[in-house]
Design a protein. Structure first.
Ligand SMILES: [Zn+2]
Length: 275
């Protein structure tokens, strides 16, 4: 399994790769770690591995299902968040999820549910979840994203495999600027030169990481600067200017709470006109 988005966390990568090659992936995981530790990237890779139809290592990152999962448009992958910003998932939402889980998958062999802030669900929501973990249909898989797995009932934890991500080291200011420049450089190069798949992989790796709105906007600003500089140096102007126009539009979306993963998908769709 290609888990390159998990830059650190070597032992976790090994364990999942072995699991994928051996008895197959589990039907329920708790993915815990602080914001910015790559929980969503890992969840996406796991969902892709579960739905991948490629040969060999999964997720292959190339087949139709993998691309749909990476773009966030696979009909058999659902993300459940609380009813309002900052509110935990409710028992009613878990019941609705249960009803949905019994409807067979649309396209794939499995249905994957990603539950945000699972550790903040109250006891009744968690108990409803427990039932689903115990008796849900065999094709359903659940990825519980948690800040702290300790917030989940022991009964729920015992039904899941736990994947604990260690936080990325918090960079100090100068390092943060440097890191932002390096990321923008990588993405600007991909926008200028890469094919669709490579661009998608690069933009997901760079953008689909939990960041504050301000950081995401700063990254897009840096990207716009680099695209302008590349165009001035006489690169592929047609692609660079198209990229620049898209980045400026998406910069506005970033301030409206759109996440980096969606922006990555839109960027590729905009460059290659596939959506
Ligand atoms: Zn695949």
């Amino acid at each position: 399994m290609d888990l390159s988005p998990l830059s650190g966390n070597e032992r976790l990568k090994d364990r999942l790769s072995r699991q994928e090659r051996g008895r197959g992936l589990s039907h329920a995981y708790i993915i815990s770690g602080p914001a910015g530790s790559g929980r969503h990237g890992l969840a996406r890779q796991l969902a892709a591995a579960m739905l991948c139809t490629g040969q060999g290592e999964r997720p292959c990152g190339r087949c139709g299902p993998c691309l749909k999962v990476l773009k966030g448009v696979h009909p058999d992958v659902s993300t459940v968040t609380g009813p309002e910003e900052g509110k935990p998932i409710t028992v009613d939402q878990v019941r609705a999820l249960r009803a949905d889980a019994y409807i067979r998958p649309n396209e794939g062999e499995r249905k994957v549910y990603l539950l945000e802030g699972a550790d903040r669900m109250n006891a009744s929501a968690q108990n409803a979840m427990l039932k689903l973990l115990e008796e849900g249909p065999p094709y359903a898989a659940f990825l519980l994203i948690a800040g702290n797995a300790g917030g989940l009932l022991q009964t729920v934890r015992s039904r899941c495999e736990e994947l604990t991500l260690t936080p990325a080291v918090e960079p100090v200011n100068g390092e943060r600027d440097q890191e932002r420049r390096a990321l923008a450089e990588k993405l600007a190069a991909a926008l200028e030169k890469s094919g669709e798949l490579e661009l998608l992989e690069t933009s997901v790796a760079v953008l689909d990481v939990k960041r504050s709105r301000e950081e995401l906007s700063a990254l897009l600003d840096e990207l716009a600067d680099q695209l302008t500089a590349r165009a001035a140096r006489g690169g592929d102007r047609r692609r660079l200017l198209r990229g620049l126009e898209l980045v400026k539009k998406l910069r506005g979306a970033a301030m409206l709470n759109v996440n980096g993963g969606q922006i990555a998908g839109w960027l590729c769709a905009g460059m290659f006109g596939t959506l």
